[in-house]
Design a protein around this ligand. Structure first.
Ligand code: SF4
Ligand code: SF4
Length: 113
């Protein structure tokens, strides 16, 4: 599975070439990205409803933010398939997938030691 975060680039000026591997170019007329800052969780549980792995993304993200590796593992965080559904659906625009993915990488690296 390709890592979308690795192939998504943000360009700040037009002096950059596009290559044949570019599949899309999104141009914004104003800085809409920074207007999408995450806000506090409103406990709506939408992330839970959409998770195909039946995880609780909100709690996993909370564990990551508190650097609580044990809680993350106890809540089966390693079962996340990084589909991105939780981040997409979250009305608070929390970076749920990104947080979980980061912790998964740390845990996988620890297992190789
Ligand atoms: S990214 Fe992980 S936690 Fe989020 S919905 Fe997908 S499987 Fe569940
Ligand atoms: S979808 Fe977002 S706001 Fe709703 S419970 Fe999950 S993390 Fe919180």
């Amino acid at each position: 599975m390709r890592d979308v975060s690795l192939i998504t680039l943000i360009l700040f000026d037009l002096d950059v070439p596009t290559t044949k591997t570019a599949s899309a170019l999104t141009c914004l007329t104003k800085d809409e990205v920074s207007a999408l800052e995450p806000s506090a969780c409103i406990n709506c549980a939408r992330c839970v409803e959409v998770c195909p792995e039946r995880l609780i993304p909100k709690n996993l993200a909370d564990a990551v933010e508190h650097n609580n590796e044990k809680a993350f593992l106890d809540m089966y965080g390693m079962e996340c398939c990084e589909c991105g559904c939780c981040s997409y659906i979250c009305p608070a625009r929390r970076q749920l997938t990104q947080l979980i993915k980061g912790m998964r990488k740390i845990q996988l690296a620890n297992r190789k030691k």
